[in-house]
Design a protein around this ligand. Structure first.
Ligand SMILES: NC(=O)c1ccc[n+]([C@@H]2O[C@H](COP(=O)([O-])OP(=O)(O)OC[C@H]3O[C@@H](n4cnc5c(N)ncnc54)[C@H](OP(=O)(O)O)[C@@H]3O)[C@@H](O)[C@H]2O)c1
Length: 261
């Protein structure tokens, strides 16, 4: 798919990894819907920075744990752009919690954002993609951002890991169901951004990188590059690309310093 003048929605795009993905798409000429939950000021700042790249960007808020708000988000995209070509499901809730203390409400809260919202956004997104992509046209694209907890059994992240494993499987099921009008892929980043409270110049972050097969941590822009690659290559669907410096090769026994806190 040629990316110039396509319309992309990135959920959770006000800051951090979602912002990097939105920036990578904007640099290729995509117009951007910068979705945010509570980070209004950062979303406005992101829109300003993306607009400086010469594309149109708008910030739209929605609580992704609520179906009605998701519907409203897509109605506003329809009113504003009248189309959607790329949906990146990046927003997530990353919670560490001991198995015994996970209440039904904790389970539901994480599943609602990490898995159900991705499904509901995809269902809404497909409506806008298919309207604009009659059979024979370039397919739309859904990209799900997962993490290593989808494939490795990390203790202490039960609802998060199950939600990401579900998102990975949802990727494959949707790739079959939604073709040929829509392709669906996943990106699996590893240590590309330190967890809140840790800085990129800290000893923990450097040590985390030294333990990886590539010997260093990555950068959010490397995830953006992968998203652009998957968007441009129309012959890839149902695929997951690891952008983790080989961390998955170390197995679940390997613990990132600081990841536990
Ligand atoms: N950081 C990494 O190194 C890394 C590694 C592997 C995978 N990932 C994946 O990459 C994605 C982004 O990671 P990140 O570290 O940048 O995430 P983050 O800092 O935890 O940000 C999460 C985003 O999700 C949004 N969000 C959460 N709950 C929401 C809700 N109920 N309604 C609407 N928005 C909601 C937040 O929006 P607001 O701030 O506007 O509320 C925020 O932008 C996630 O899927 C994560 O699992 C990240």
């Amino acid at each position: 798919m040629q990316l110039k003048d396509r319309v992309a929605l990135v959920t959770g795009a006000a800051h951090r990894l979602g912002k990097s993905v939105a920036t990578a798409l904007a640099e290729q000429g995509c117009h951007l819907v910068v979705h945010y939950g509570s980070s209004e000021e950062q979303a406005a700042q992101t829109v300003e920075e993306l607009s400086n790249l010469g594309i149109e960007a708008v910030a739209l808020s929605a609580d992704l744990s609520l179906e009605q708000e998701i519907e409203g988000l897509f109605d506003r995209i329809d009113s504003h752009f009248g189309r959607l070509d790329i949906l990146v499901n990046s927003a997530a809730s990353f919670e560490r919690q001991a198995f015994e203390s996970v209440a039904a409400s904790d389970w539901d809260r994480v599943m609602a954002v990490n898995l159900r919202a991705a499904f509901l956004c995809s269902r809404q997104g497909v409506r806008l993609m298919e309207a604009d992509h009659p059979t024979g046209g370039p397919p739309g694209l859904i990209l799900n951002i997962v993490d290593l907890s989808a494939v490795l059994a990390w203790p202490g992240y039960i609802q998060h890991g199950v939600s990401k494993a579900g998102l990975l499987h949802l990727t494959r099921i949707m790739a079959r169901e939604l073709g040929p009008e829509v392709r669906v892929n996943a990106v699996l980043p590893g240590a590309v951004l330190p967890p809140p409270g840790m800085t990129t110049d800290s000893t923990e972050w450097r040590r985390m990188g030294e333990r990886l097969p590539v010997g260093r941590t990555g950068e959010p822009a490397q995830v953006g590059l992968t998203v652009v690659f998957l968007a441009e290559n129309d012959f890839i669907t149902g695929e997951v690309i690891y952008v983790d410096g080989g961390e998955h090769l170390l197995g679940a026994g390997h613990r990132r310093p600081g990841a536990e806190s």
